[in-house]
Design a protein around this ligand. Structure first.
Ligand code: SF4
Length: 335
């Protein structure tokens, strides 16, 4: 069998958005290596190989896929149909026999974060998503890349991030050559909040509502297609994280097969050890860290900290320390 993907290149030389999304989906599912050949249909050049294939098969949209078996060719214009009918997902190692969270946490107790990351990817591969926003998360991406195993990465684009953070996300994407899935909030929910309460309601009635719309809902939607996720949470980050385990069953988030397994390989790592790893391995970091920012979230809800302040003192500083979680982790860690 030979699978060819035909991608469109637009007038401005950029790839078409649908083609980019299809590739990202295939990568997330660990199926990209099943595509044997990629051919470009350049709209500026009707004699480009992809254009010739499109006219040969009577196709006028992109992307499309040609699956050849011997002399027979079948064309697919839907990547989901291609996945369902042709590219059966790679079996996740030990899919049927993944140990439970407590067993894994006991097995991995005292092990180095690198070993924990490797074990997680051995079990879940690209069905595990690393939640990326801060310095710890890039350390995890660095460790994951070094395992050589497939994995997925996503980030929550709340629409309120600092420009330095957007540049940082892009730098990480290019540095590691990994697709980063951006999860956006639902536009109608954001519009309704802003119309009703304005752009800064969180300073008046707390961050819960805005975080719920811009972070928690997109996170739930994103995780619905994964079986496990990984965070850079550390126990010493805040009072709300003092119970974080290396591996937890996350009842707050549901994937296709029920609650997700949540991996926190840095649970017992200190901030100093995180930065030692960043320096030793040349890991990219957000330039805001050089201006006194330690824990970095949305621009209006993050400030630099003063000497002697706790690292999360710059997040939602107008609220009590015990309430400074955005809801992404609270169900587990505030117990
Ligand atoms: S951190 Fe602030 S701006 Fe970002 S989602 Fe939460 S309340 Fe809204």
């Amino acid at each position: 069998m030979h699978v060819t993907m035909i991608k469109k290149r637009l007038e401005n030389g950029e790839p078409c958005q649908k083609c980019v999304q299809a590739e990202e989906l295939l990568r997330r599912r660990g199926l990209w290596e099943r595509i044997d050949e990629v051919v470009v249909a350049d709209v500026r050049d009707p004699s480009s190989p992809g254009y010739l294939l499109a006219s040969q098969h009577g196709i006028d949209l992109a992307p499309f896929f040609i699956v050849k078996r011997g002399e027979q060719s079948v064309v697919y214009t839907s990547v989901l149909k291609l996945i369902g009918e042709v590219l059966s997902p790679k079996p996740v190692e030990a899919a049927a026999g993944v140990p439970d969270a407590a067993t894994l946490a006991a097995e991995l107790s005292g092990r180095r974060p690198e070993e924990i990351v490797a074990r997680a990817l051995e079990l879940f591969g690209s069905e595990l998503a690393i939640a990326f926003s801060g310095a710890e998360d890039v350390v995890l991406i660095d460790m994951a890349v070094k395992t050589g195993k497939p994995f997925s990465v996503f980030t929550l684009d709340t629409g309120r991030l600092a420009s330095e953070t957007y540049e940082f996300i892009e730098r990480v994407r290019k540095h590691y050559g990994v697709p980063i899935h951006a999860a956006f909030p639902q536009a109608p929910a954001v519009q309704a909040l802003v119309v009703k309460k304005g752009l800064f309601s969180f300073y008046e009635d707390g961050h819960g509502e805005c975080c719920g719309i811009r972070k928690v809902e997109p996170l739930r939607r994103t995780l619905a297609s994964y079986r496990a996720w990984m965070t850079g949470q550390r126990r010493d980050q805040s009072p709300t994280r003092s119970n974080v385990s290396l591996v937890e069953s996350d009842p707050g988030m549901a994937g296709p097969s029920g609650s997700l397994l949540k991996w926190n390989p840095l649970a017992f790592t200190t901030l100093g050890e995180v930065w030692q790893y960043i320096r030793d391995h040349g890991v990219p970091y957000n330039p805001l860290h050089e201006r006194g920012f330690v824990s970095i979230g949305c621009a209006p809800c993050t400030r630099a900290i003063r000497p002697g302040e706790h690292e999360r003192a710059g997040r939602w500083w107008w609220e009590e320390a015990t309430k400074r979680e955005c809801g992404l982790h609270s169900e587990l860690n505030q117990r």
